[in-house]
Design a binder for this molecule. Structure first.
Ligand code: NOJ
Length: 672
């Protein structure tokens, strides 16, 4: 059995202090280990809890109230006194089974404030603050107590007040779709309404802040409702009946988090979300295998194949074997097969209750396909589309996972295409949060990894359930097949690393090599081919797809990069970036040997000079460079890729010319 936790040093300094009445007016402060960020807690004259945050002396969050409101009882947000406080210092590290870093440091200072009402029912609430070098997290805890037992939360009163109106990259809540598949816009706060997290702010002083949450367990997602041009209040996603959260003491909220960064890249390398989740509940991780896959998938989106039965049915035994052959020949680990099971005929998005997760269509022989895959050292990747019929899916969950496990399938892609779950609940309300957790836990029991499409946003749960490999929860490559607005604009992927990707891995599905397909909507991949390669480095996903049809890869020298590029990384560095304009990222493979670099740009051509200081000292590397070729342009000439090699080391600077909508991918192979 593998132990993934390697505590290096854990210093816990616990001071339990009984606080006298006049200390209630005092401010309590807690700083980050490097003393840069200082969080201050106090009670107002009305006994309302308030926090504020400074960084290097600059105000980041102005005094902002905290509290919780309940149906059937008074809100807990004033007339409070401090009954005691605790302080802890943690300095430890832990190993990841997979990720963007092999090892993660958890260094933070903690302040725990125990509060009690001075009036009425003398109810209790505790607020826990943790301050890291990369930002803060805080959560509410409601201990077991006589006058707060079963509760219905009607509102969370947490506010985030800025010193001035910032610009923010944001997507709306539920108005465009229920699963975060919007293009990010950048506007001043005043031009937003209620927004999803992660929401990323740019301050006038040049800092970057991201508000999100960690460890969303048996609670509703937090969205942010604008209350004025400098402030948001937490807005929990409700159940259909309006209740936000059903809970029973003792219970705690997810962590509310704010990353504080001096550069956009520090948002990407922040680890506070993972640090605020619990260690793995899965002990034997031997079956969790990051991998690369191809799928009977893009063909459906292009309408070359259909999910349902008929002449164009994609998931036939014969077609799947052809995909398996391709995977085997090219070292890909898995073949995703969508449309293999009963329930797709007609409008499958309308009502998922026709789906069977155990009955195959007659032209798909699961056993034969899985045997053939095993002979070829390839795995079938399973697919469960529910069309939002979550309860119907739950009724088959055990049998469905058992069937896949019996056939050697170790990864399943799930899907929830529908405005609602069960025709009434939001994907990101407490119902959805409970449902998705049930799926992850049941899958773990059957040794199955999950790739969740139309999910609730990620909050770092992959630390606790390392079988939650990747999620959609963003506007992926599929929009380039059918989106009425023409597909993802070139800047989209230069924004995602600083917004959507802060919530965890994304099954974006890079790897389109054909730009000449035609669809009724006229959507297009708006990148060059070299940029498609660079996306494998920029967009982290431990299950990573080669999205195009196999026939579009055959004979293409650029496909070598897709075969070579790893899916998990021992180290990650953002070399340079401007959100919405360009990103240059370097990552080291899991074996800590070779480095990879991805550089991407928006619609503007640009030259980036990259000092190779990230490379290991005293090593020489053969750099295999896949750059935009002559005259490459995402609109008119996406194909040219110049493939060259150079001997390089950390003293050198690499100058890259990125075409409009272009990019460069580099593999630095250690010269031994
Ligand atoms: C939407 C998913 O994002 C896509 O990848 C999948 O092919 C369809 N649903 C069908 O399940």
């Amino acid at each position: 059995m593998k132990n993934i936790f390697t505590p290096i040093r854990l210093v816990i300094l616990s001071i339990l202090a009984l606080v006298s009445c006049n200390q209630n007016q005092q401010e309590l402060s807690v700083s980050s280990p490097n003393n840069k960020h200082v969080l201050t807690f106090k009670l107002t004259a009305q006994g309302a809890p308030e926090y504020q945050l400074t960084s290097g002396g600059e105000s980041i969050i102005e005094p902002s109230v905290l509290g919780m409101a309940f149906q059937d009882s008074e809100p807990l947000q004033q007339n409070l006194k401090i009954i005691n406080t605790e302080r802890n210092t943690v300095d430890t590290s832990w190993d990841q089974p997979w990720g963007e870093f092999k090892m993660i440091q958890d260094r933070h200072n903690e302040l725990i404030v125990h509060l009690q009402e001075t009036t009425g029912k003398n109810r209790l609430v505790t607020i826990v603050f943790r301050v890291f070098n990369d930002g803060i997290g805080f959560r509410y805890q409601f201990p077991e107590q006589p006058h707060l037992k079963e509760v219905k939360i009607s509102d969370e009163k947490t506010t985030f007040t800025f010193p001035e109106e910032h610009n923010v990259w944001w997507i709306p809540v539920h108005s465009e779709n229920s699963y975060y598949e919007s293009l990010y816009r950048k506007t001043p706060i005043s031009k937003t309404d209620t927004i999803n997290t992660p929401a990323t702010f740019e301050t006038k002083s040049g800092k970057y802040l991201a508000i999100h949450e960690a460890n969303l367990t048996d609670f509703a997602s937090m969205t942010l409702r604008k209350t004025n041009n400098k402030q948001y209040e937490a807005e929990l996603v409700p159940w259909a009946n309006g209740v936000k959260v059903y809970a029973k003491t003792p219970f705690e909220s997810p962590w509310r988090t704010v990353i504080v960064a001096d550069k956009p890249g520090e948002l990407v390398t922040s680890t506070l979300m993972l640090n605020l989740n619990e260690p793995s509940k899965i002990e034997d991780l031997s079956w969790i295998l990051p991998s690369k896959y191809i799928g009977i998938w893009w063909g459906m989106h292009l309408e070359k194949y259909s999910w349902g039965q008929g002449d164009k049915h994609g998931a036939t035994t014969e077609n799947t074997k052809r995909y398996i052959d391709f995977a085997a020949e090219n070292g890909l680990d898995g073949v995703l097969v969508e449309g293999w099971n009963e329930g797709w005929d007609g409008d499958w998005t309308a009502d998922g209750t026709a789906f069977s997760f155990t009955k195959s269509y007659p032209d798909f022989d699961m056993e034969a396909v899985c045997n053939y895959a095993a002979q070829n050292n390839v795995r079938l990747i399973g697919h469960h589309e529910t069309a939002g019929a979550a309860a119907h899916y739950e009724s088959q969950l055990e049998d469905a996972f058992k069937l896949y496990h019996k056939n050697g399938v170790n990864a399943v892609k799930t899907g929830y295409v529908n405005k609602y779950l069960n025709k009434k609940e939001w994907h990101d309300g407490q119902y959805g949060v409970r449902h998705y957790r049930k799926v992850i836990e049941s899958a773990a029991k059957h040794h199955i990894m999950i790739d969740n499409h139309e999910p609730v946003k990620g909050t770092g749960l992959q630390r606790t359930y390392p079988n939650l490999m990747t999620q959609e929860g963003g506007r992926g490559q599929e929009y380039n097949a059918w989106s009425a607005d023409g597909g993802n604009p070139p800047e989209h992927t230069t924004i995602l690393p600083f917004t959507r990707m802060l919530s965890g891995p994304m099954d974006f599905t890079p790897g389109n090599f054909d730009f000449d397909y035609k669809t009724p909507q006229g959507a297009k991949v708006q990148t060059t081919l070299a940029k498609q390669l660079a996306l494998y480095v920029v967009m982290f996903s431990p299950l990573q797809m080669a999205s195009d049809l196999p026939e579009n890869y055959i004979g293409k020298p650029e496909f070598q990069f897709v075969k070579d590029v790893p899916v998990v990384w021992s180290d990650t560095k953002v070399i340079d970036a401007k959100i919405g304009e360009y990103v240059v990222m370097a990552r080291k493979d899991w074996d800590e040997k070779n480095w990879y670099l991805g550089a991407i740009t928006n619609a503007e051509a640009r030259t980036v000079n990259i000092p190779l200081t990230f490379l290991d000292a005293n090593n020489v590397y053969i750099a295999e460079i896949y750059a935009d070729g002559d005259e490459a342009h995402y609109q008119s000439n996406p194909y040219p890729v110049s493939i060259t090699t150079q001997e390089l080391d950390k003293t050198k600077t690499l100058s890259l010319s990125l075409a409009p909508g272009g990019g460069t991918a580099v593999r630095f192979v250690l010269k031994e």
